[in-house]
Design a protein around this ligand. Structure first.
Ligand code: C2E
Ligand code: CA
Ligand code: CA
Length: 409
């Protein structure tokens, strides 16, 4: 592929104290089809952001005066609309806090990239966004969507679902799927949710959930008719859960609620005071819906508060799973969450399983389910029945590790 003219390439501004880090990142961004500008001081970065409006800021947290977290505040004050990717190099705990601070301030955070930076990881991080030369889902194009385009997507049913398979560790069988929304844009192609979910108004976001539920439940019914017992997980926000029509939409669809419909809500959203104080928890339970706490482990939630929701599943955030094999702190967290799940008698699913050699450890810790690119990427609905009948990718791997998986509630 040829290089594009400069003015059409997305721009990243990179801040790190270490000139080698900056040089490597510039090269990697170039390989991914992006322009970059480098800064060694936070004041310069703020000036660059104000002057050039880059689509992406990549920043180390170790800069001085202001420090990385203060810098995030300044970017938010400037109402920086692009993406922010943090650079590792500080304790992971600190980058996680910084990520949460950025999210709370309304910045579009892309997580943090470990040092030394690997091109594959950078590509993956940027893959769902609308820039870069070899994106996972979306080809290059203008960075932002207009309100009219989003409206058209909702009205004309351009939003479709892909399903990521979930496997039960003890049997290796395909036990369920997570519905993940994609925008089948007529000119651009498939666009990942990170590129458009943050741009939806609250009203559009509710309509999106309605549309997603409708598609997901129709597919679930179809699979049920084929005798495939697959749970269906759908991502919802706290706002969705409190909307009066959510229960009505789901109630009549799956008689007997078996296999279950699972509403995934992030740990942070699950702690919403209004949600916990509402009658919704009890009504979800009465309607036979299950709740999974997504991205569990990053929100530091209080268990007494979590118990106010009818939780059937804890979903361990993939940032803990990624380094499971070589980070003892992450392994300790995964083990503790698995133990907690076992005590509560609920499922514990590890997401983001990329390497199958961590399955043995996950099984030994007592995780009950797994999902991740290493087992299957999200696929269109048509591929699911075939996957359910295919040889499980898990059995051989668990057997080879000699682990005996925990029992499944
Ligand atoms: P999530 O709920 O944490 O969903 C999992 C995301 O991780 C998916 O990205 C999935 O493709 C990706 N993933 C799965 N396995 C792996 C792995 O092994 N490694 C890595 N690096 N990534 C993996 P996707 O589809 O881009 O979704 C991103 C987020 O968008 C979701 O995060 C969820 O918060 C949100 N989302 C997706 N669909 C919907 C929806 O229908 N409604 C709402 N409200 N949010 C949605
Ligand atoms: Ca999810
Ligand atoms: Ca998640």
């Amino acid at each position: 592929m040829h290089d594009q003219p400069n003015q059409e390439r997305a721009l990243a501004v990179v801040l790190d104290e270490d000139p080698d880090v900056v040089a490597i990142l510039s090269l990697q961004l170039h390989l991914l089809g992006m322009e970059s500008r480098c800064c060694r001081r936070t004041v310069t970065l703020l000036d660059e952001v104000a002057a050039c409006r880059p689509q992406l800021v990549i920043m180390g947290l170790e800069s001085e005066d202001p420090d990385g977290i203060a810098l995030l505040r300044k970017l938010a004050e400037q109402q920086y609309p692009g993406w922010v990717l943090l650079l590792g190099g500080v304790e992971r705990k600190i980058s996680r806090i910084a990520e949460r601070v950025g999210q709370t301030l309304g910045l579009q955070m892309l997580g943090s990239l470990d040092k030394p930076m690997r091109l594959a990881e950078l590509r993956q991080r940027l893959g769902g966004l609308r820039f870069g030369r070899e994106p996972a889902i979306v080809p290059e194009s203008d960075p932002f969507f207009s309100a009219e385009e989003l409206e058209r997507a909702l009205e004309q049913g351009e939003l479709t679902l892909h399903y990521q398979p979930q496997f039960e560790l003890v049997s290796g069988r395909l036990s369920g799927v997570e519905a993940l929304v994609r925008w089948a844009h007529p000119e651009i192609g498939l666009i990942g949710p990170a590129s458009f979910l943050p741009m939806l108004t609250p009203g559009q976001s509710r309509r999106l959930t309605g549309h997603v539920l409708q598609l997901a439940l129709a597919d679930a019914e179809r699979w049920q008719r084929l005798d495939l017992a697959l749970s269906m997980s759908v991502n919802v926000t706290a706002d969705d859960l409190m909307a009066p029509d959510l229960l009505a939409r789901t109630r009549h669809r799956i008689p007997g609620a078996s296999p279950p419909v699972v509403l995934e809500i992030t740990e942070t959203a699950a702690m919403d005071d209004e949600l916990l104080g509402s009658e919704i928890a009890a009504r979800l339970h009465l309607a036979g819906l299950e709740v999974s706490v997504d991205d569990f482990g990053v929100g530091f939630s209080s268990l007494s508060r979590l118990q106010m929701l009818p939780i059937s599943e804890l979903k361990i955030d993939r940032s803990f799973v990624r380094h499971l094999q070589d980070d003892t702190q992450d392994a300790a967290i995964v083990e503790a969450v698995a133990l907690l799940g076992r005590r509560l008698g609920i499922r514990v699913i590890a997401e983001g399983v990329e390497e199958l050699d961590c399955l043995g450890l996950l099984a030994r810790f007592g995780c009950t389910h797994v999902q991740g690119f290493g087992l299957s990427r999200p696929v269109p609905a048509e591929a699911i029945p075939g996957l359910a009948r295919a040889q499980s990718p898990i059995r051989a791997s668990i057997a080879a590790s000699g682990a005996s998986p925990g029992s499944t509630p």
